[in-house]
Design a protein around this ligand. Structure first.
Ligand SMILES: Cc1cc2nc3c(=O)[nH]c(=O)nc-3n(C[C@H](O)[C@H](O)[C@H](O)COP(=O)(O)OP(=O)(O)OC[C@H]3O[C@@H](n4cnc5c(N)ncnc54)[C@H](O)[C@@H]3O)c2cc1C
Length: 407
């Protein structure tokens, strides 16, 4: 649907890619209704329990079940796999609304859909899709994406986890050894599997890296206790180890040797989703700051009456709007089937920085209250830092943009 908007604007502007009109109030009704529904859901169902889950570092199962009921985990998937028949932009809009209120809940959806289920949808065989997608799209199970390792993060091609095929590709087994770290949604009670990149041999380019689906509970597959994180406390993150883990040869996801390339494609898309989540965080900070600045009194007026505070919040709004346009633009290109790698990197860079900068400024607007965990802006302050790190650091985005410029 967004592709239609993209093309209609395009006809206005000849060859110019025009996104300046792509603002929330001009989106088609379905998108605006989706945003409004998720906004209400976030305030009524998510917000009341956010602080408690953050404080207790507990996974919000009841919220995830309600999101599943709403259909959020199935947004971009066709109905034949139990999805809602929407698109990736719809997912982005939902992430934006959830992240205004609670980034942990938003990242659980982002990682569940864009990193967990999407690789199965994009690269799985029909059998794999039929087996895994219906429950993933229903939100009754989660999949995790196992790329990062202790010695391979930004430079993910340094993967050391290895898998050797014993027997034939038809009825043999993969035997997997190695470790992954920082894997989202990998240890919940409803995690069905993790897809892992592993070295499966050598080819003309060096390491042959493939992707293999490892179901939860497979003997030798160990999920370490949760990390003690700075933020995203209600999201699920673990280190994983694989000690002679055996899975059927048919658990190969996508073509043998294409694992790394396929995961990079998933990360390109994922950056648009993370950018949307970051825009939500940035906008959530604006909304909170405006509300507080109208109420809080100092030196004979509300603090928003002091130009220093008003300008700070005006700059926050500008950051959020610019970043939103960046992710709309990247999403429009992706849905139109055009190259979008560089635009996704620009969106992720811009939005991650907007979230972090806005969280810092919103905390300043709140004064001492901003340093108290009970306030939403304090949670955004702790949560937002990872938006400049996860799914590719700021430096990695800059590398991608520079590469796009031929540098
Ligand atoms: C909460 C959380 C959830 C996560 N979820 C997942 C997940 O679900 N699945 C998954 O696979 N991974 C996940 N990650 C991992 C995340 O994607 C990585 O942490 C991230 O890509 C950075 O890798 P690294 O931590 O190894 O840092 P490193 O790669 O060691 O980087 C360290 C620093 O060096 C910089 N750097 C590295 N190379 C260059 C260069 N060439 N030029 C300039 N600077 C450079 C980096 O930008 C960074 O500032 C998660 C991480 C966290 C914290």
């Amino acid at each position: 649907m967004l592709a239609n908007i993209y093309f209609s604007y395009r006809s206005f502007t000849e060859e110019l890619i025009c996104v300046s009109e792509a603002i929330p109030s001009e989106l088609p009704d379905e998108y605006r209704e989706l945003s409004a529904t998720v906004r209400d859901f976030a305030e009524q169902v998510v917000a009341p329990v956010s602080a408690q889950h953050d404080r207790e570092h507990s996974f919000p199962y009841e919220v995830i079940a309600a999101m599943a009921e709403l259909g959020l985990f199935g947004l971009p998937f066709p109905e034949e796999y139990g999805g809602m028949g929407g698109d990736y932009f719809a997912l982005c809009l939902a992430l934006e609304e959830l992240a205004k209120v609670d980034q942990s809940v938003a990242i659980t959806l982002e990682a569940g859909v864009s990193l967990g289920a999407m690789p199965i949808y994009r690269f799985g065989t029909e059998e794999q899709r039929q087996r895994w997608l219906p429950s993933l799209a229903a939100g009754t199970t989660l999949g995790a994406f196992g790329l990062t390792e202790p010695d391979a993060g930004s430079d993910a091609g340094r993967t050391r986890t290895a898998a050797r095929l014993e027997g034939s590709p038809a009825d043999g087994e993969w035997v997997i050894n190695g470790a992954k770290q920082f894997i989202t949604n990998s240890g919940t009670d409803i995690t069905a599997f993790v897809t892992v990149t592993a070295v499966t041999g050598e080819n003309e380019r060096g390491k042959e890296i493939s992707t293999i689906i490892v179901p939860s509970g497979t003997p030798g597959f160990t999920v370490a206790p949760p990390y003690d994180k700075v933020g995203w406390n209600a999201s699920d993150t673990h280190g994983l180890s694989f000690d002679d883990v055996r899975v059927p040869a048919e658990n190969l996801l996508g073509e043998r040797g294409r694992g790394y390339a396929n995961f990079l494609r998933i990360l390109d898309e994922g950056r648009i989703a993370i950018a949307a989540l970051s825009v939500g965080a940035a906008q959530g900070c604006v909304d909170e700051a405006v509300r507080y600045a109208k109420e809080r009194q100092a030196f004979g007026t509300h603090i928003g009456g002091h130009q220093a505070i008003a300008f700070k919040i005006a700059r926050m709004e500008a950051r959020a709007q610019v970043a939103r346009r960046a992710y709309y633009h990247a999403a429009a290109l992706m849905l139109a089937g055009k190259p979008f790698k560089q635009e996704a990197a620009i969106a992720k860079l811009t939005a991650g920085e907007a979230a972090m900068d806005n969280a810092r400024d919103a905390t300043q607007v709140f004064g001492g209250n901003g340093f108290m965990n009970e306030y939403r802006v304090a949670r955004h302050y702790r949560d937002s830092k990872i938006l400049e790190i996860g799914e590719g650091t700021t430096e990695v985005q800059l590398m991608l943009i520079a590469r796009g410029l031929g540098l």
